[in-house]
Design a protein. Structure first.
Length: 459
């Protein structure tokens, strides 16, 4: 990076908020992408930490004048290399944007892009409110969660990030600052026409610097139930029957004994359910105990009608946290022996068919592919494990077969992780060339010099 560019950046954000030494820059170059497809970053970057939208605007204007690539970085919890710099340029770290203002009257929060999921949950709880979404790592930042339209285990009841955002402050690649939407539940003007251009497009069209987030009253009664089954199909066939009864759990997860016990062992914990090989983890949250226990009884009845073994109920917060901790750390536990993690998504009732197809593919290649996922919304995480002597081409061929199996069932190659750097070559499996070209035109219109997250998402 030219010295005069670095000095200009220091003039915008202050000398303390520009990092250009190679040793310090290293920690800003990677995310949580699995080892196999993890992209190799360039080291010739300067990390800049703006405090507000105005500073972001000035940085992007400078980058446009000098044709410098800019890579936006949140909590770096992504799994597709979306924030990894692939060209010499600027890494725009949003970590200083920590504003949180909770409006209890309107059940809203105005949140800076650098606020972490954990900080948002704490702020809501302090105001006796609740942010229902929980898209994974609590170190993820709100700006990134919105840009990637993150999902997670609780999406089955209350939706993905898109469902919580009523307004955003966003800086266009050319430096203009837009304030779209606000504390409105209904808005068919600005939010309805513009806001969703920037939600889920993974930061290629603008830099989200602030957001208005919907909050909810706190649930007064919660419980987590593990329902064991002897076989996969009995478990998964039970899911639509629960939903058809009008019971929409906060979370409805599917796990198998192998991966969940690997995670428990990794954490030094014990999976509490000794029976069964396939499990539904059902998280319930209601506004009174009467409603909660009514749902628990009905779910137990439905599960037993479909061949379940004796359910295990966790009522205390500590018991519930232990179960969810074991579930959430499966990826981390498997990662050292993994090539890639997939997150294909199909209509929820077809998960069993998809897992059967994945088993056939695994058998064809002579491998084991651990699977688990969000049973309530059809999002499946299949793991491609490391195999001795395999080439990159073999792993990619196996991955493509899983993608095609999901697409054949009416699904997509990613339900929540996104495209980023590592999935863009497979985007054509879901989108036509005409649709991809439309994305290119939209990108060109808003980012004529292609400085913002260049090369990401669009092949």
């Amino acid at each position: 990076m030219k010295e005069d560019i670095v000095e200009s950046l220091k003039g915008i954000v202050g000398e303390d908020w520009v990092i250009d030494s190679e040793e310090l820059v290293k920690s800003y170059l990677e995310d949580e992408t699995a080892p196999g497809p993890k992209p190799q970053p360039v080291y010739d970057v300067v990390v800049v930490k703006p405090a507000n939208a105005q500073e972001v605007s000035e940085i992007l204007k400078l980058a446009n004048r000098e044709k410098i690539p800019v890579y936006v970085r949140g909590g770096a919890t992504g799994l597709v290399g979306g924030c990894v710099p692939m060209k010499s340029g600027i890494v725009l770290s949003m970590e200083r944007m920590k504003e949180i203002e909770v409006d209890r009257e309107n059940l809203m929060a105005v949140v800076g892009a650098g606020v972490t999921l954990g900080e948002l949950l704490q702020a809501a709880e302090k105001a006796d409110l609740f942010f229902p979404a929980h898209p994974g790592d609590e170190g993820a930042q709100v700006g990134g969660l919105i840009a990637c339209n993150a999902g997670g285990a609780r999406a089955v009841k209350t939706g993905v990030m898109r469902n919580y955002v009523t307004g955003i402050e966003v800086v266009l690649p050319t430096g203009e600052i837009l304030n779209i939407g606000g504390k409105l539940v209904k808005d068919n003007i600005s939010a309805g026409k513009l806001m969703h251009l920037f939600i889920g497009t993974e930061g290629i069209l603008g830099v989200i610097t602030k957001a208005v987030i919907r909050l909810f009253p706190r649930f007064k009664a919660t419980a987590t139930m593990i329902v064991p089954f002897n076989d996969r199909h009995s478990a998964l066939n039970t899911v639509p029957k629960i939903l058809q009864r009008g019971i929409i759990p906060l979370g409805l997860e599917y796990v198998e004994r192998g991966p969940i016990e690997t995670s428990a062992k990794y954490l030094g914990l014990e999976w509490p359910c000794k029976e069964g090989e396939a499990f539904l983890i059902i998280i319930l949250a209601e506004f009174n105990e009467e409603a909660l226990y009514g749902e628990l009884e009905e779910i137990s009845s439905i599960c037993q009608e479909n061949g379940s073994l004796e359910p295990l109920l966790a009522e205390t917060s500590k018991e519930q946290e232990t179960i969810l901790k074991i579930r959430s750390e499966i990826y981390t536990a498997l990662k050292p022996d993994m090539y890639d993690i997939l997150d294909v998504c199909v209509p929820p009732a077809y998960i069993g068919k998809l897992l059967d197809e994945i088993d056939k593919i695994a058998e064809k290649y002579g491998v084991v592919m651990p699977v688990y996922g969000h049973a309530g919304d059809g999002n499946v995480h299949a793991h491609i494990m490391l195999e001795e002597g395999w080439t990159r081409e073999q792993y990619e061929k196996l991955r493509e077969e899983v993608y095609k199996a999901a697409i054949k069932l009416g699904g997509v190659i990613t339900g929540e992780h996104g495209i980023g750097e590592i999935r863009k070559k497979d985007l054509h499996l879901n989108l036509s060339e005409e649709e991809i070209e439309l994305l290119r035109k939209l990108k060109k219109t808003l980012d004529p010099n292609s400085i913002l997250n260049p090369g990401k998402v669009i092949p």
